[in-house]
Design a protein around this ligand. Structure first.
Ligand code: NAP
Ligand code: ZN
Length: 378
């Protein structure tokens, strides 16, 4: 079938992206789902720094690539072997499919699926299938999702069903920002109510970590970002203390759990320095593979420190996404506060500039306004 999608043509074009236009909105061919796959009509998709990291070359991926990994939509068609989803159901995309057969998948979310990591790196769906092309040329999939499009074919393992009462934009943000930031708190840090927790970097992932900590009633929640406007937002959402990285260092502020959600080596160093004796530094950011941090091994030993890496929120998406959906439903997790704007697919290059300039938390592309006219299922 013919679809419309946002294709990254080339990595590393100069800023502003609004002028250099690394991403074009084009028509593509999407082939039918295989036996373990589903066809989804996208409703909403959030723009994450991990999309920007492909555009600016921080994480090199094959191009042309149809970007977007934080998305939600409705099932249109299921492959022959998919027995537990039906057309019309709303699904949240998960950006690391789980094969459920490797040793890592048996590790309760702590380790990334081996097959899913391989297919994500190669720009294919789980098990290597590819469905996107343009005038005969292959177009790569982004993290098994490619959600910046009218439709997507994804493996069943890349989708988690949610009830209809979860609006599409909220559902989309559950798939990456909330799963990652929330899981860094609940699955990786696991603070008790009496503990202190600090979040370093307040984009979509960090703000999600913050609201998750607030939802758990943690007694001391500290938020850190370079931008005052994000610190103010964090206070409104329930942070007890806020600091710029400079204030944090000058005042020697510490916490038992420190969650790095900025994606830079400098932020990781700041997070490590702000971790208390016996405390744990959790890192969820994804800096360039060449980035290096300087740490004191002596401090790790003498202060009995722990450093934990958390990919995909150390989550089992099918277990955790419904948990966050319920917290939202109960009014305990204000995911809508992470959405700084709702935009059209055509705004994507400007949106990448906004994100790079720190002017956005989550910008969410809404598809219905553009694509609903000939809706295939409703
Ligand atoms: P984002 O919206 O760009 O947010 C990052 C925030 O960190 C920005 O507000 C930024 O401020 C701030 N920051 C930068 N340097 C800092 C420092 N030294 N101290 C404190 N704050 C600092 O990004 P995001 O979408 O939330 O993603 C955050 C990171 O997580 C990225 O590296 C992304 O690739 C990664 N990620 C990881 C996973 C995972 O599975 N672990 C999943 C999704 C995303 P400025 O705007 O002023 O720079
Ligand atoms: Zn993401």
């Amino acid at each position: 079938m013919k679809i419309t999608g946002a294709v990254l043509e080339e990595i590393g074009r100069p800023r502003p992206f609004a002028e250099s236009k690394p991403i074009s909105i084009t028509e593509l061919e999407l082939s039918a789902p295989g036996p373990t796959e589903i066809l989804v009509r996208l409703e909403a998709a959030g723009i994450c720094h991990s999309d920007l990291s492909v555009v600016d070359g921080n994480r090199v991926r094959p191009v042309p690539m149809l970007l977007g990994h934080e998305a939600a939509g409705r099932v249109v068609e299921v492959g022959a072997d998919v027995t537990d989803l039906r057309p019309g159901q709303r699904v949240v995309m998960s950006f690391l499919p789980r094969c459920e057969q490797c040793a890592n998948c048996a590790a309760d979310g702590r380790l990334p699926c081996t097959a899913g990591s391989k297919s994500n790196g190669e720009g294919t769906l789980l098990h290597g299938s590819m469905h996107l092309s343009r005038a005969g040329e292959t177009v790569y999939h982004h993290l098994g999702v490619s959600g910046f499009a009218s439709h997507a074919v994804v493996d069943r393992a890349s989708a988690v069903p949610v009830d209809d009462d979860i609006p599409a934009d909220i559902a989309a943000v559950l798939g990456c920002a909330v799963l990652t930031g929330g899981g860094a708190v609940l699955n990786a840090a696991k603070p008790g109510p009496e503990d202190s927790i600090m979040i370093v970097g307040l984009g979509g992932v960090g703000m999600a970590a913050l609201i998750t900590a607030v939802s758990q009633g943690i007694s001391r929640i500290v938020a850190v970002d370079t931008l005052d406007v994000k610190l103010e937002h964090a206070r409104r959402l329930g942070a007890h203390e806020t600091y710029t990285p400079q204030q944090l260092a000058e005042q020697g502020i510490k916490a038992k759990f420190v969650v790095e959600c900025a994606g830079s080596a400098r932020a990781f160093e700041a997070a490590f320095a702000a971790t208390d004796v016996g405390g744990t530094t959790i890192t969820a950011g994804l800096p360039s593979p060449d980035a290096r941090a300087q740490l004191s091994p002596l401090t790790i030993t003498a202060e009995a420190r722990t450093i934990v890496g958390s990919y995909l929120g150390s989550a089992v998406p099918a277990r955790d996404i419904p948990k966050y959906a319920q917290l939202w439903r109960d009014g305990k997790l204000p995911v809508e506060e992470l959405i700084s704007s709702r935009i059209a697919l055509a705004d994507i290059n400007q949106a990448m500039d906004q994100l790079a300039d720190g002017k956005a938390v989550r910008q969410v592309i809404m598809f219905d306004a553009v694509f609903d006219a000939g809706s295939d299922i409703e």
